[in-house]
Design a protein around this ligand. Sequence first.
Ligand code: PRX
Length: 656
Amino acid sequence: MPNIKKENDLYIPSGDLQEKAWQNDKAIYQKASDDPIKFWEELAKELFWFKGWEETFKAQNESLNSQPYFEWFKGGKINITSNIFEKNPLGFDKIKNKIAFTWIGEPTEEKPRTFTYEELFREVNRFANALKNLGVKKGDRVAIYLPVIPEVIIAMLATARIGAVHSVVFSAFSSAALQARLQDAQAKILITADGYYRRGKVINLKQSADEGIKETEVEKIIVVKRAGNEIAFQPSQDLWWHELTEKESPECAPEIMDSEDLFFILYTSGSTGKPKGTIHACGGYAVQAKFTGKWIFDWKENDIFWSTADIGWITGHTYSCYSPLLNAATFIIFEGSIDWPNPERWASIIEQYKVSIFYTAPTAIRMFEKYGADLIKGYKFETLRLLGSVGEPIDNGAWQWYFQEVGHGNCPIVDTWWQTETGGILISSLPGIGPFKPSFTGVPFPGIKFDILDEAGKSVQANKEGNLVILSPFNPGLLRGIYKNPEKYFDTYWSKYGKNVYFTSDSAFKDENGLIRIVGRVDDVLKVAGHRFTTGELENIICLHPDFIEAAVVGKADEIKGEVPIVFAVSLVDKGLDDLKKGVVDQIRKEIGPIASPQAVYIVEDLPKTRSGKIMRRILKKILTGEDLGDLSTLANPQIVEKIQEIVQADIKNEA
Ligand code: PRX
C-alpha cells in the first residue's frame, strides 16, 4: 500500500507510514491549541530534569523592559547531555550500543567513522574534562571553527556538558568573519582543525584560525588533526586535540543548568555588517529540539537520517546534533560537497548507507534536477521513506522533481520552515497527518500560534499576503536575545507589533486549508543557496574597501541558488573596470567567504536616490529584471538610471 495518496491538489499520508507515525491523529492540534502551555509542559516532562520548574511559561508584562520578554520552565534544572546519555529517558543501557552517527569524509576512499552512544559519551566526557582543565567554566564562551567531522559534535556536547556556551562558526567563513564573532563573544578558547577537504583540495583552516584570533581574547587554540596538512603550530598557544584528550577520564559530571541559562550563541547576519549573536536557552531549546525532530522526521529504531546542512548553521545544530541525539536516533554527517567527486555523490551515500530520511535544501534539489534524472537512474532509493526541505521556498517544479525522482512518488516531503532564531522547526505538516501541498510549508507545529498581519496589525484573510508573526506563548526554543545587544533584539523582533508578537520578517499567506506558503523576506535579508546575508552587511563590507565610496546590493532570482547578490558600486578611483570589480569580489570573500560572492558587479557613477538621499534599491532590482521602472520623478538624480540600464544591458548582451 502506498505511503501517500493524492486528493485534488493535496497529498495525504497513508499506508504503513501513516499508521506507524509517532503522530497520526489530527486531534493533537486541537489539544495543543486549547492549552499550548500545558501541551509543552507535558512534553517537557518526558525529559530528565534534576529539578522541576516553578513556572511553565512566564510572559513579561508589556510595561517591563527586562529581556527576554518571555521564559519557559524557569527554575527547572537540566543538562541536555544528561538527556542524551546517562539519564536518557529511554534508558542508557538500552541505547548505549546503538550507533549515534556515522561520519563520511569527502575522499571516497576514506574509512567512515562510527560512534555508538556509549563511545560518543566517553569522548564527550574526555573533551569536557580537557576543557575544564584549561579553566573553562559555566557561562564561558567556547568558539568552534570546525569542518563537519565528529569532533564538531563532540566539542559542542562537551561544552554543553560543563555549562559553557558554544559559538560555532561555519568553517567556510573567512578569518575576518571569524574574528568578528570571536570579538563579540569574547571567547578565550577556539577549537579548530589543521585542515579539511573541499572539492578535492585541502583547505588550511588553521591558517584562517591564526588570522582570526588577532585582536581577540583567544588564549588557546585546540587543533584537531584532520587533513594532516602542514600548519604553523605555536606550542605556547596551540594544543593538539588528541594529546589533550588522551589521558582524560571518560567520566565527567554534568553541570546543572537552569532552564533559562544561556545555552549557545549562533551568529547570523546583521544589517550593519556586524553579525548578531542569537542566544538560546537550555531548557526550552532541548524540549523543542527533541519533539520537533521526533514528530517531523518520525525517527524509528532502524531509521538512518541524513541532513546535508553544515553543523555551523542552525539546521546542523538542531538536526545533525541535538535533536537526533535526544531521540537516540542514528544519523549521518558528511564532510564534503554533495556533488563531489561526481554529481551523484549524494545519491550514492543514500544508497550505500541505507538512508531512510533525507533532509536537504531547495538549492540542492534544483542542482540535482539540473544534472538530470538520467544520472540517478541506477539508484533505486528503496530505503527512503521520508524527504525534507529547509531554508528557502521550494517551488512547485523542484518539489515535483524531488517527490518523483528521489521519493519515487511514495515519500511525503516535510517542507520545514524555521529560522536561526526559532531554534527548531515551527511550520511543517507532520508525516503521519499531512496534508502536503507543493510549495506550501504546511501547517504550524502543534502548540505554535502563527498569524499573518497587515501593517496595522490586523489578521489578513485567507490567500492574502501579510507579515508572518508568532503569538504568545511562542515556542520554547525561540531566541532569548541578541548577545550584548538588547536594542537590536527589541528592534528586530518585538518593536513592530509590540512585545507579545514575534515578528519573523517573512511574508506569507495561508490557503483555505490553513496551509502556509512563505513568500520571502520583507527585510534586507538575501537567501543565497539557503545561506543568509543582509544587503546592508555586504554594502558595509564593500565600503570598507578604500576604492569604494558607496554600494547597493540587491538580490536577483537564480535558477539554482534561489537568489544571488548583485552589486552596484561607486568608485572615485582611477582604475580599470576589471580591477574594481575584482576588488569588490575579493573584499566580500575576505570579509565573509566565497559563499557570499556576488554574481555580478556593476561599477556605476552614482546610485539612484531620493531627494533625502535614500538609495532606491527597488529601481536597481527592476533594472535587473527589465521591468517597467515607473515614475522616476521623485528621484534626485533620475538621469543616472539610464546610464545604469546601459551598463547592465551591455553586460547581459556580453553574457549571451
Ligand atoms: O525566510 C525564511 C527562510 O529562511 C529564513 C531563516 O533563515 P536562517 O536563519 O538561515 O535559517 C534557515 C534554516 C532554518 C526564514 O526567515 N526559510 C527557512 N525555511 C524555509 C524558508 N522559506 C521558505 N520555506 C522554508 N521551508
